[in-house]
Design a protein around this ligand. Structure first.
Ligand SMILES: C[S@@+](CC[C@H](N)C(=O)[O-])C[C@H]1O[C@@H](n2cnc3c(N)ncnc32)[C@H](O)[C@@H]1O
Length: 256
């Protein structure tokens, strides 16, 4: 690929979209749920997922090409990569992230129109999401952050005198939880939209952080925000279009 012997668009425009959809179908249709590290007949896999044998084979061959499964004649088994990321039995699986990407693909269908207009033809993504889509979004953020929140928090220097932190668009609050763990004087407030509270509360309970981390359901673009803040954590709020002008407004509201 680095010598451009195979035209880049061939891979860029086809394979990532194809494998994205194949991963989505494997999880959504519970094809992945039928697999383990032991080989199993495609007939059995298809029956377990209640899909056609030819369909299961197509998806599994695609996963084989990307190293998620091994194929032996008409049998398939997870590779380590497949088990880790796709199995419901894997504690660090990436299933919610895959399902969330599958949901995002819908938005790509109106990309041309969005670029022409400079905004989405209808309402914004967050306004359109139903309860299930909020769950996918929030759990996808948990899938990603779980891979790095300890390392990221370890790289953030916190002054010994800092007490109050706002985690803007903090979602699950994993970064706040870890920062408060490392800095016991710190109290963090996660600011996010109301549907996210459930997932933040879940993480706060999981890591027994209720003494130091709380969730405030609010829209940081419209609502009043707590004042007297020592630290603002703002990680990946680009989704809601936070630019320098809006950032100045938010800083003004918080009084920093
Ligand atoms: C890309 S996620 C990042 C979540 C988390 N900071 C992380 O790094 O994993 C962006 C978060 O910002 C939240 N968000 C977007 N617009 C917001 C707004 N106007 N007010 C509050 N939260 C907002 C979303 O609900 C979402 O949870």
């Amino acid at each position: 690929m680095s010598y451009d012997i195979i035209p880049h668009p061939f891979a860029d425009a086809s394979s990532s979209v194809g494998i994205g959809f194949a991963l989505g179908s494997a999880v959504k249709l519970k094809i992945a749920d039928q697999l383990s590290m032991d080989f199993k007949e495609v007939k059995q896999i298809a029956a377990g997922a209640n899909v056609s044998e030819v369909g299961a084979e197509l998806v599994l061959d695609c996963l084989d090409a990307f190293g998620y499964v091994h194929k032996k004649e008409t049998q398939y088994a997870f590779t380590q990569r497949g088990f880790k990321n796709l199995s419901p039995q894997s504690p660090n699986n990436f299933r919610h992230f895959i399902l969330f990407c599958n949901y995002l693909y819908k938005g790509y269908l109106s990309l041309d129109e969005t670029i022409r207009l400079g905004k989405k033809p209808e309402s914004s993504m967050l306004e359109e999401m139903n309860e299930y889509e909020w769950e996918l979004f929030s759990r996808a953020m948990i899938d990603i952050s779980s891979t790095n929140f300890k390392e990221v928090a370890g790289k953030i220097k916190v002054s010994k005198t800092a007490v109050k932190m706002l985690d803007l668009g903090g979602s699950h609050g994993l970064y706040s939880i870890e920062l408060c763990n490392r800095n016991p004087n710190l109290k963090a407030t996660i600011i996010d939209l109301p549907p996210v509270k459930k997932y933040a509360d879940e993480c706060i309970a999981k890591y027994k952080s209720a003494q130091n981390v709380s969730f405030l359901a609010s829209d940081f673009m419209k609502d009043e925000l707590p004042k007297g803040i020592d630290i603002i954590l703002q990680h990946l709020c680009h989704l809601s279009g936070v630019n320098d002008v809006i950032w100045d407004e938010i800083s003004h509201k918080i009084g920093v």
